[in-house]
Design a protein around this ligand. Structure first.
Ligand code: GDP
Ligand code: MG
Length: 410
């Protein structure tokens, strides 16, 4: 997404201000980039209209190029599209336990996320209980029991023969008795929305009257995200969503659609399979991420581009400030790049797209080191260099967006 957006920025020529004419091409590019990222059309259309309207109305600010202005407007509108600010879980009234109902299709990550959420709230000092209501597969209950064990949270279950709504009701009653702060109810999903699933969800919801009903959405969900969110929202009033698997190759289209379609904020995002891979959702950070995606593939591409032009050493010498650098030093830089390249080539696609996996897991670093004939410390160094470069890129994009000065949001 960010690469095509970069192309769009380049299209705003050096005109003094944004006009319908000079905006046509970049807006088309932005629209295409969003659709390519699987943002539903019903979200893209009004988004583009809002960006256009605002860009045309924007006053000319001294020292701000139209390009910077458009970046700023798109950034602002992305933030607004995703709800503006971080929204936390609802707080129950009158000493009642907090009841969180997990909803969503099968395989989206409900069970995993229920455990992650339990760990998150437990770490904040809460007493948490998990409730298993997926009575269709014995393995589903077992999965929650195992995950609950991992995060040190009790799991209430009644086997496969009790109606889900009854299990949920009993679970909440028990949690009250035991003075729990939070009950998280895991539910069954289906591959497709069907009447049975929706009715079951409704029954659970009226049995326990949740403080939060969270729709779990896989980040890979494409154009159908809009319809999905809508249907769930009319069945059980949603209070929020959790977008999972944002650590993968996901294009993030679903994340941009949730708020617009349901009015509900995304409250958390899932960033991995482990029980600690849950993060609060910040619209501004997500917008920066969308505008400034920079992963190891980009890193490698940039290097390849430079080396493709011939001798890296001679290219580096042409850079300002590099003339005083000796050939020997430049050769060292080039050699270093070669080392980086060999290590990046030994990484999986997922690792290249999400280098944080390597930052977190020594076992992955060791595997890459083995595969490329390097030391684990060298892999760690590459990740450190990459991480600081990424931070610089993100700061730059953010500054560029903020310097646009086209709105009061910032
Ligand atoms: P459910 O059917 O909705 O309960 O889905 P599960 O919780 O069983 O998860 C389905 C699969 O998605 C499992 O293999 C999980 O490990 C995986 N998963 C869940 N959340 C994430 C995430 O944030 N990132 C990644 N990479 N995998 C996830
Ligand atoms: Mg499940």
């Amino acid at each position: 997404l960010s690469q095509s957006l970069n192309k769009a920025w380049g299209m705003v020529q050096k005109d003094a201000r944004l006009t319908p004419e000079n905006m046509k091409a970049p807006l088309r590019e932005i629209r295409r980039a969003l659709l390519e990222a699987d943002v539903p059309l019903m979200v893209v259309r009004p988004f583009i209209a809002r960006v256009e309207g605002r860009a045309l109305g924007a006053a000319v600010t001294k020292g701000v190029s139209p390009q910077q202005q458009l970046v700023k407007i798109v950034y602002d509108e992305l933030v607004i599209l995703m709800g503006g600010k971080q929204v936390s879980l609802n707080v129950p009234e009158g000493g009642e336990p907090q009841v969180i109902l997990m909803a969503g299709l099968q395989g989206t990550g409900k069970t995993t996320t229920a455990a992650k959420l339990a760990a998150f709230l437990k770490n904040k000092g809460g007493r948490v209980m998990l409730v298993a209501t997926d009575v269709y597969r014995p393995a589903a209950i077992e999965q929650l029991v195992v995950l609950g064990g991992q995060v040190g949270v009790p799991v209430f279950e009644r086997g496969l023969n009790v109606p889900p709504a009854d299990i949920a009701r009993e679970g909440v009653a028990l949690a009250k008795e035991e003075g729990m702060d939070t009950v998280i109810i895991d539910t069954a999903g289906r591959l497709q929305i069907d009447a049975t699933l929706m009715q079951e969800l409704q029954e659970i919801s009226s049995a326990v009257r949740p403080t939060d009903t969270l729709l779990v959405v896989d980040a890979m969900t494409g154009q159908e995200a809009a319809g999905l969110v809508k249907t769930f929202n009319t069945t059980v009033p949603l209070t929020g969503a959790i977008v999972t698997k944002l650590d993968g190759d996901a294009r993030g289209g679903a994340a941009l659609a949730v708020k617009e379609v349901s009015g509900c904020p995304i409250k958390f995002v899932g960033m991995g399979e482990k029980t600690d891979a849950l993060e609060l959702f910040y619209p501004d950070r997500m917008a920066s991420r969308i505008l400034a995606k920079f992963d190891l593939n980009d890193f490698l591409k940039q290097y390849k581009m430079i080396s493709g032009m011939g001798n890296l050493t001679s290219v580096l010498k042409m850079l300002p400030g590099m003339s005083g650098v000796s050939d020997k030093q430049l050769q060292a830089v080039e050699a270093q790049y070669k080392v980086y390249e060999s290590m990046i080539q030994s990484m999986t696609r997922q690792e290249r797209a999400n280098p944080d996996l390597l930052a977190k897991m020594p076992s992955r670093r060791r595997r890459v080191a083995r595969g490329s004939g390097r030391e684990e410390a060298q892999v760690a160094e590459l990740i450190a260099v990459y991480t600081s470069m990424r931070a610089q890129m993100q700061t730059m994009t953010r500054m560029m967006a903020l310097s646009g000065g086209a709105s009061g949001l910032g």
